[in-house]
Ligand binder design. Structure first.
Ligand code: SF4
Length: 288
């Protein structure tokens, strides 16, 4: 398959212990219909990783959620992905980055992407970026988690969703101190069926998003800045949902393929739409 996006996001585990109001990974339709628990049995998830590895279509796999670290077998799935020589990554809210988890994964996991939307407790509380929507992580707590991640030798990415509550916030000092390998800066995104009832107060226009980028453009010297507008996000990802189906977000809602375990990688992939040029345009290819 020519120009397949070489980087894949497996939204392995729908449950999450945070309550971000703009979350576009709630997978309510999947939960209502085919997967009430919000995740596949381990054997089915494992089989998908084998199919991905054997297909040789991808170079990198990112485990996402919900919150993937709540999955009891995440370390094993990362290990299987690494056995196919894939670059491995997780995106996490940081609540379960225990020493035990970091020990178990250090041989097989390359990247940890930590979601941080604000360094202000009040803003995080309003967003819902807090355990059970109530208990936020302080800036000091984020520093401690990052210190641990970096001491273990993982590459660090920070993911920030820019929205109406944080687009004027200045992260410069924090970013200068932690020096992540990459900072992914995402414009908050509305997805029908996922967050349309709660995202509206958080939406920002392109000018507001650009103003956030401008405040931080001087950080180019210390980290790899990767901003993504809503237009760039749509269609530029290959994603698998917790039920093991590819899905795309081209129309601002999720269109899903048949089950990968039932019809195979190539067939399932042919049922979704992806845009390789957009992937390149949003700096999807980097030193991973
Ligand atoms: S931490 Fe991530 S998955 Fe959980 S609610 Fe927030 S955005 Fe959604």
């Amino acid at each position: 398959m020519e120009n397949t996006i070489p980087s894949l996001n497996f939204h392995l585990y729908e449950p999450c212990n945070m309550r971000c109001k703009f979350c576009f990974a709630t997978f309510q339709e999947v939960k209502k219909t085919i997967l009430p628990k919000g995740h596949l049995p381990f054997k089915d998830a494992e089989n998908i990783i084998h199919l991905i590895g054997k297909s040789e279509l991808f170079q990198k796999i990112n485990f996402a959620g919900g919150e993937p670290t709540l999955h009891p077998h995440l370390p094993k799935l990362i290990e299987i992905a690494k056995s196919y020589n894939l670059t491995t990554s997780i995106v996490t809210n940081g609540t379960k980055l225990t020493t035990d988890f970091l020990e178990k994964t250090k041989k097989y996991l390359d990247w940890i992407a930590l979601s941080i939307d604000s360094l202000d407790d009040e803003t995080n509380l309003k967003i819902g970026r807090a355990i059970t929507g109530k208990h936020v992580f302080s800036q000091d707590k984020y520093y401690k988690i990052i210190d641990k991640v970096q001491k273990f030798g993982f590459k660090l990415k920070i993911n920030t969703v820019v929205n109406a509550l944080n687009y004027q916030e200045d992260f410069s000092e924090f970013l200068t101190n932690i020096k992540p390998n990459r900072w992914k800066i995402l414009q908050v995104l509305e997805i029908e069926g996922e967050n349309e009832n709660s995202v509206k107060p958080f939406l920002i226009d392109n000018t507001q998003f650009e103003s956030f980028i401008k405040i931080h453009s001087h950080l180019e010297n210390i980290t790899d800045l990767a901003p993504e507008t809503t237009n760039q996000i749509k269609g530029s990802y290959i994603m698998i949902n917790p039920a093991g189906q590819f899905f795309d977000n081209v129309d601002g809602k999720y269109k899903v393929s048949q089950s990968i375990n039932e019809v195979g990688i190539h067939h399932a992939l042919s049922e979704i739409r992806t845009d390789f040029e957009k992937f390149v345009d949003r700096k999807g290819i980097y030193e991973w």
